[in-house]
Design a protein around this ligand. Structure first.
Ligand code: TEU
Length: 546
């Protein structure tokens, strides 16, 4: 395998509960992942990243961990994990696992100990317990809000039955935040990293990497408008994101990784508004990569895409790392739906019943295929979310009683949350649960129309989205697109994105009129049928000379 594999890798995100279910209980598992490893090898990816499978009460689909050194029985055992890792490595596929360091589950033994311990104790110091404000401490210690909606503080009852301190949870109340200024917390995570590195994992996707350290004294968050009127701070000065101290933590992690052979990699999940701010997590002595969320959140518009691509190609290489690219994951509306939504629709954490308009599935899929055709031509590493290779749309019409995302509950149904991008994968059109599970069980119902999107149907169809992914990934490798330099091609109308990478010229039409194809070139690959000498609306194509 090539050194520094992560620089050019195509990395496929597996959401274990929805990928493949070997046990037949309707929830995907690690043995299911192993059983589908050949399909992953055939797709032509370099690595997989698995969303959490560690022991958890599953209040936030495993992003609430009770035991960081074991597999939740829902997903199997450590033996199943080892078998999965071996099956991946045997096919030359690297394995990255998800680590959730910002918070644990409230069922974690440390938090349970903290609940019964006294204020000021060592047990409480591992988390962020504070006295409330106002008479009797009835008000939360500050004004921070949970990302999932509602306040970020919950009050506990002390051992003597009296109303007690409050603890911080930036996410659900079942996800208490650790205090990362504590040496004990840091040592515990170094040990957890060692545990998985010794087992042979190739790296970690670090959840909420911009969190962990909070501003000293936990001050109120002053909204940007107020900050401005007070002549205050930079727009994005949030007291719980991106505090300088967090970089010390990752320097310790990187030093640990360097003790291991091979190149193990760290990828930051740090939601920042620009590539430049995202790249703050990437350093030769910190993380190797960070997800390019500014790219993911860019609408289907040539000028906007050019700006974000150019910004990314400047920001990441400046810190010695390749840019990364991503269009979907388990937290956002699938791009086959999202790209057909208006710019003012909510993008992250799911649209809601009150959202303006429904995405047009035909437009959405055309744009998704075109956007992917652009993405795989970009230098750097690309992330793929399971099911996008089948062109799966967001499942918006789920029955309310099936929904499980905490966002749905915490916003009282104002936002659907993220279940719509987490529906189990259709593998075989004719099988129960479309082959997701032998028993036909599925923790979220699969839309009936997904029969036509099943992998076996698409595999035999050269015009399918799956075949497009196969072609793009193969040509990306053959043309070394991930490791060469991009050059903009000028002279095209505003609504056309045009660039050259090596021998390949990419033309993407985001406008409302067809554009002529470049002269004297032949088509290598296209996201959809091209007209006679034209690149139609919502289509992208790769051309080479001759
Ligand atoms: O998501 C992190 C997340 O939701 C935030 O980064 C947020 O979107 C952003 O800060 C808004 O500004 C991760 C996981 O991917 C997600 O599934 C979990 O629910 C969450 O962490 C909690 O662990």
């Amino acid at each position: 395998m090539t050194p520094e594999w992560w620089r050019t890798a195509a990395i496929y995100q597996i959401y274990p509960r929805s990928f493949a279910d070997a046990s037949g209980d309707g929830v995907g598992d690690l043995a299911g992942v192993t059983s589908r490893m050949d399909a992953l090898a055939e797709l032509g990816i370099d690595a997989i990243w698995l969303s959490p499978f560690m022991t958890s009460p599953q209040r936030d689909a495993g992003y609430d961990v009770t035991d960081y050194r074991d597999v939740d029985p829902l997903f199997g055992t450590l033996t199943d994990f080892d078998a999965m890792l071996e099956a991946a490595h045997a096919r030359g596929i690297r394995v990255i696992i998800d680590l959730v360091p910002n918070h644990s589950s409230d069922q974690h033994v440390w938090f349970q100990e903290a609940l019964t311990a006294a204020p000021g104790s060592r047990e409480r110091a591992r988390y962020l317990f504070r006295d409330g404000r106002g008479p009797g401490g009835h008000e939360p210690p500050n004004n921070w809000q949970s990302i999932f909606g509602g306040p970020a503080w919950t009050r506990v009852t002390e051992a003597d039955g009296s109303p007690g301190q409050w603890y911080l949870h930036l996410f659900d109340s079942s996800q208490p935040d650790f205090d990362w200024t504590q040496r004990e917390v840091r040592d515990e995570f170094l040990d957890i990293l060692r545990f998985w590195l010794d087992r042979g994992v190739d790296g970690f996707r670090v959840d909420v990497a911009h969190g962990l350290i909070k501003e000293d004294g936990l001050p109120d968050y002053i909204q940007p408008e107020d900050a401005d009127s007070m002549g205050g701070e930079a727009e994005d000065d949030v007291p719980y994101w991106g505090r300088p101290g967090v970089h010390e933590v990752y320097r310790e992690w990187r030093a640990l990784l360097e003790e291991y052979d091979g190149d193990r990699a760290l990828c930051a999940e740090a939601w920042r508004p620009t590539a430049r701010e995202t790249a703050l997590w990437v350093r030769p002595d910190e993380m190797h990569q960070a997800f390019n969320f500014p790219y993911m959140m860019t609408e289907w518009d040539a000028a906007a895409l050019r700006t974000v691509i150019a910004g990314s190609l400047e920001a990441f290489p400046a810190v010695g790392a390749p840019a990364t690219w991503v269009l979907s994951n388990h937290d956002v509306i699938r791009h086959a739906s999202r790209l057909a939504l208006g710019a003012d629709s909510p993008q992250g954490h799911g649209i809601g019943p009150l959202s303006p308009g429904k995405p047009d599935p035909v437009v959405g899929l055309r744009r998704a295929r075109a956007a992917t055709t652009v993405m795989f031509a970009l230098p750097g590493s690309a992330y793929i979310y399971q099911g996008e290779e089948l062109g799966l749309p967001e499942a918006i019409e789920l029955p309310d009683e099936a929904r499980q995302d905490p966002t749905w509950f915490r916003t009282n149904g104002e936002r659907y949350g993220r279940d719509g991008c987490r529906v189990p994968i259709p593998w075989e059109a004719g099988a129960p649960a479309f082959g997701f599970s032998a028993t036909g069980a599925s923790w979220l119902p699969q839309p009936a129309e997904w029969r036509a999107l099943a992998r076996d149907v698409q595999r035999d169809d050269p015009a399918s989205t799956l075949s497009l992914y196969h072609d793009l990934l193969r040509l990306r490798r053959e043309e070394s697109l991930a490791s060469s330099d991009l050059e903009w091609v000028d002279g095209w109308p505003m609504h056309v994105l045009a660039f050259r990478n090596g021998r390949v010229t990419v033309i993407a039409n985001t406008g409302s009129e067809d554009v002529p194809a470049p002269e004297g070139m032949r088509v290598l690959c296209a996201s959809g049928p091209l007209g006679e000498g034209v690149v139609p609306v919502d289509t992208a194509a790769w051309f080479i000379a001759g």
